[in-house]
Write a protein that binds this ligand. Structure first.
Ligand code: SAH
Length: 215
């Protein structure tokens, strides 16, 4: 039935495992989630390629390796409540929903989230995702604290509300920098303070919001 399975298996071998991703839960999720459903029909044959693809509104679905790297950095065991900023195509949302207990996902563009929601709820039947339209740089106070936070758009700084809404011991992964050059940063909250380290240079679209970039 799934004619894309071979492409998906090859993607996981050559782009994910060979580049050092080891978390079994991440690998299983990436083998399972049908990435081609998250891109428009004309791009389906490229869905398992080693690059981002356009998804409309000037936004992109992240490269598979970056999705794996960021998810692994969240160190999910399965019991976590996760906040995702930038639903976009919904692909990263599905990977998180496969592994975590619950995913709260915020997107700026209603058109993008509507599409993601239809695929995630109606086509793939996920039942552990809550959706919201808005400025994710403000976080989601009512649903906080979160055990893990992932931001899939680049920000000039780590938005303070996200640090506030992270649980003690929680992990955040976010690309930090300007429009052209960014570093993927991982933070762990200990004793109320965020301890950060740089993972690798990345290139994401901009986080537009109160603590992100101006429109
Ligand atoms: N994880 C997504 C990435 C999409 S690109 C995927 O792989 O498909 C980043 C997304 O962040 C875009 O959809 C963009 O519209 C959204 N975004 C930008 N600023 C935002 C903000 N302040 N709050 C929520 N979403 C935002």
């Amino acid at each position: 039935m799934d004619i894309y399975r071979t492409a998906r298996e090859r993607m996981v071998e050559t782009q994910i495992k060979m580049r050092g991703i080891k978390d079994d839960k991440v690998i299983k999720a990436m083998l399972k989630v049908p990435r081609h459903l998250f891109v428009e029909e004309a791009l389906r044959d490229q869905a398992y390629g080693d690059f981002p693809l356009p998804i409309g509104e000037g936004q992109t679905i992240s490269q598979p390796y970056i999705v794996a790297l960021m998810t692994e950095a969240l160190e999910l065991k399965g019991t976590e409540r996760v906040l995702e900023v930038g639903t976009g195509s919904g692909y990263q949302t599905a990977i998180l929903a496969e592994i975590a207990l619950w995913v709260y996902t915020i997107e700026k563009y209603p058109t993008l989230q509507e599409r993601a929601k239809r695929i995630l709820l109606q086509e793939l039947n996920y039942r552990n995702i809550t959706f919201k339209i808005g400025d994710g740089s403000l976080g989601w106070k009512e649903a906080s604290p979160f055990d893990a936070i992932i931001v899939t758009a680049a920000s000039p700084q780590i938005p303070p509300p996200l640090i506030e809404q992270l649980a003690e011991g929680g992990r955040i992964v976010i690309p930090v920098g300007d429009a052209f050059s960014q570093m993927l940063v991982k933070g762990v909250k200990k004793g109320g303070l965020l301890h950060t380290k740089n993972l690798e240079p990345v290139r994401f679209v901009k986080l537009i919001g109160a603590y992100g970039f101006k429109e």
